[in-house]
Design a protein around this ligand. Structure first.
Ligand code: 4AD
Ligand code: MG
Length: 433
């Protein structure tokens, strides 16, 4: 009978003793008459043992010389081995080299971040990067499960758009045939506003593009965002959905991605307490908090990364900041009826100094007010005619938000920089690989 090909992660549940693995040589060491191979196959790592019982001296010497990252297919008997790093070991009877690797550029010694980023296409093979990508994948799945279970409909927003959404200073511009300029989408929000008037509760999930001049640890020029939008929901309903979503995602990762969090040496204590309700403070209270800490921050300015870090360090849970001055926020936000200088919006700052992961608001539903704001902001009215239409035909109060996948992943994984939270980061000074 043929020996079955098994994935490493399925070894604990397989009833087969004798198996085949197809993967790559991640590491090796040799102690005289025994060669230890660390084999990875994408689902995990396992130690393989080759000795003189199954191989000749000559064969062992050959195995010992297989270069790292060569692709190999091995066969052998699996057994539980408490001393092995993963608790399992394969006692090898056959080692077949599929492709001999050239000298692998990423060795164990410490490489600079520049070098690793330059070799991102190979770096993702390493244990920690794999763990991050697996957690990212589960975060996305958790978000979608959460929204799907609550009756939201996924509506894909266009990437090529005729107008801005989040201000005109960060637009990527391109020529669009005979129709003039087009722009890479900064956000699917405006289209979700149309979609929620059709389907009630909707979300889009896709890439967003910002020609950000900033080189901070929180900014990418291409990032992924999930954007729910709900007809008839006000700004407070909106915040409740956000805290439930974030709590659900964090608890799901704790439940299903323990091993990956361990590989990343993430302290999970702070994550265990991420449950509703989250604290809520106003923009004014946030400014006062900064001033109390001796930061000379002016009411009316926008928070930068440093201020966000200081504010979020004051709380064990993510913190909502609501009621920002309208002046520092986009045109579409609904003014507070009690003080039209403020808007019914919120940012959500992740704890441990991570800062903003969500931006959301109630949207303007009044036709005249929206027309005024478009004029005030010098936006080209023709490009927004369809968006204004939504206020002509059955307009209702509605709300939504955008959650950044990379910032959320960086926080949950405990990463210093968002560039490791996306497979192939795009930054102001990086478009390769
Ligand atoms: O606060 P932002 O700009 O909000 C919007 O785009 C709204 N239109 C969303 C909506 O209401 N539907 O962006 C939302 C989130 C941020 O909180 C952040 O997590 C992420 O998107 N984000 C970025 N992530 C990485 N790099 C960048 N340059 C980012 N800009 C925003
Ligand atoms: Mg924002």
């Amino acid at each position: 009978m043929a020996i079955p090909w098994i994935y490493i992660e399925d070894i604990p549940k397989t009833k087969k003793e004798e198996i085949e693995l197809r993967g790559w040589l991640a590491n090796k060491r040799s102690s005289g008459k025994i060669v230890f191979l660390i084999i990875r196959d994408g689902t995990g790592f396992i130690q393989g043992v080759a000795d003189l019982n199954n191989f000749t001296q000559e064969e062992l010497e050959k195995i010992e010389k297989i270069p790292l990252e060569s692709s190999i297919i091995v066969q052998g008997k699996v057994r539980e081995e408490p001393r092995a790093p993963t608790g399992w070991e394969i006692y090898l009877s056959k080692v077949e080299v599929i492709y001999i690797s050239q000298e692998y550029p990423i060795q164990k010694k410490d490489h600079s971040i520049e070098f690793l980023m330059e070799h991102r296409h190979l770096w993702i093979r390493s244990r920690k990067q794999q763990a991050i990508l697996r957690i990212r994948s589960e975060i996305i799945k958790a978000i979608r499960d959460f929204l799907d279970e609550r009756g939201f409909v996924l509506v894909d927003a266009p990437i090529l758009t005729p107008s801005s959404c989040e201000g005109t200073t960060t637009l990527f511009e391109l020529d669009y045939f005979d129709l003039g300029k087009a722009y890479l989408s900064q956000s699917g929000q405006l289209y979700m506003e149309a979609a929620c008037m059709a389907l009630g509760k909707v979300y889009c999930f896709g890439p967003a593009f910002r020609a950000e001049k900033s080189k901070t640890r929180r900014h990418l020029t291409e990032f992924w965002m999930v954007e729910p939008e709900m007809a008839y929901w006000d700004w407070q309903d909106n915040m409740r959905l956000q805290e439930e979503l974030i709590s659900y995602v964090v608890q799901r990762i704790l439940e299903r991605k323990r091993r990956e969090l361990e590989i990343l040496e993430r302290d999970i204590k702070p994550l265990e307490g991420i449950l509703p309700p989250f604290p809520r403070i106003t923009y004014r209270e946030a400014v006062e908090l900064l001033n109390r800490k001796g930061i000379p921050f002016q009411y009316g300015d926008d928070f930068g990364g440093d201020e966000e870090t200081i504010i979020s360090q004051e709380f064990d849970k993510p913190v909502f900041i609501h009621h920002y001055p309208a002046k520092i926020k986009p045109f579409y936000m609904q003014p507070d009826p009690e003080n039209p200088d403020l808007v019914l919006n919120n940012d959500l700052l992740a704890p441990e100094g991570y800062g903003e992961i969500i931006g959301g608001s109630q949207r303007i539903h009044d036709l005249n007010l929206l027309e005024e704001k478009i004029k005030e902001n010098n936006l080209p009215r023709e490009a927004f005619e369809w968006y204004i239409d939504l206020r002509r035909y059955g307009s209702v109060p509605h709300s939504g938000f955008g959650l950044g996948i990379e910032r959320t992943t960086a926080w949950i994984c405990g990463l210093k920089h968002v560039r490791e939270a996306i497979p192939f980061p795009r930054q102001i000074y990086r478009i390769y690989p």
